[in-house]
Ligand binder design. Sequence first.
Ligand code: ADP
Length: 495
Amino acid sequence: MAKKYIIALDQGTTSSRTILFDDTGKICGISQKETEQIYPKHGWVEQNAVEIYQSQLETLHNVMQENDVDFADVLSIGITNQRETTVVWNKHTGEPVYNAIVWQDVRTSKLCKELKADEKLNEYVQQNTGLVIDSYFSATKIKWILDNVPKAKALREKDALLFGTVDTWLLWNLTKGKVHATDYSNASRTMVYNIVNLEWDKNMLAKLDIPASMLPDVKPSSFHFGNCSFDDHVIPISGIAGDQQAALFGQACFLKGETKNTYGTGCFLLMNTGKKPKFSTNGLLTTIAWGLDGEVQYALEGSVFIAGAAIQWLRDGLQLIDHAKDSEYFAKQVKEDSSVYVVPAFAGLGAPYWDMDARGSIFGLTRDTGKNHLIKATLESLAYRSKDLIIAMEEDSGVKLASLKVDGGACANNYLMQFQADILDTKVERAEIIESTALGAAYLAGIGVGLWKKEDILKNRKIQKEFNPKMEEEKRNKLYATWKKAVSRSMNWDD
Ligand code: ADP
């Protein structure tokens, strides 16, 4: 019998990728295509929505061809995507009324500042959408399009507009305009979805003057969303989740307290907090992890803005290393204890500090400080910032972390992972498949067609390497206390 496959469409901020998994969850092929970033003005970030879909299709066809797989052998498709990015289109023609406004775009920050002035609204937003008022989320991007794009205004009168995050846009196109839906995890990033009642939030829609008729149906993350057809073969689309939630699922963090950290350009930490939303007192976000088996799981989310990006700074800015991976070798050359601290607050500090005026700083320089010390301290800063977030998560959730599951490009760094385990005093587990995002989407899709159960995923999960804490408590406490001192001195710098 021919092998059967699951396809994960992984639509990221800088590229579209398609990953082919076999029915044991093993990767059989990957195809990737970069997408163009458009910067029309300072702070504006857009993408061509049609290009997003076309590039995704191209990588899908490429992966099938390169691996000589027939569409007849594909059991299902799952989608994972850059979150919050906003597309609005004409429901009759499928034509976008404007470019996709990317999550990084800050054109609505003035509006958000105005909204933030209303204390009651801040509280309402947190307690109902789980988020903080910010231009990052879809809501004010939709409003901007409705208020500023003439075509959108005209089509709104005729009730001919549809909104979608990127998953919805891909799904609508793949189903030839038949299905306009999203999943809980993506809906929970819009700032107009009520994560407690599980419905679009009427108050937020009224406040921002967004018509409910343009919003997609919200479904579980593993669900038969609809079908697409390739070479006359009908293939169900049965899994959707936003990228970070998909990674949490791909890392099999199914139980309350289970936590993953993705070390990419930034770090994204998500902790599964179970069946009830936990609202943070430390400025973390509350989000829906996924909907599955008739219920939703919630997560707390925190991010480090500059993580792998600090390693890029060592490479491109300071030119201390040729390749990111060389940072491991140089850090290991320093034999003595840390005295140098780098606070990578290049773009301010997020949770739990929330100081946009903090700036990158280096402390503890002495006459014998050299390049290796700076490299080591920069790597360690990723681990310290992650610990800051984990402490906040433990406080907010009341759950103590049992182990940290890691993925993302920089988790390949053994020095960083050992230091992370040491400074947390917690085991760090590096998964064998570090493509957790695509794996999560594939798992959700596979569950959706009855190929897998959660138990199979747990059994299938292989750890490539485990890092166990070795540091003495006294030393750990001293290092972390000094880190906190360094952070406090980097704050409130840019006035
Ligand atoms: P993204 O998905 O955000 O583009 P990736 O998961 O591909 O990020 O990871 C790339 C980031 O990780 C880069 O910022 C790079 O500097 C960093 N990185 C990659 N490999 C290593 C390594 N071995 N050690 C430290 N940092 C690394």
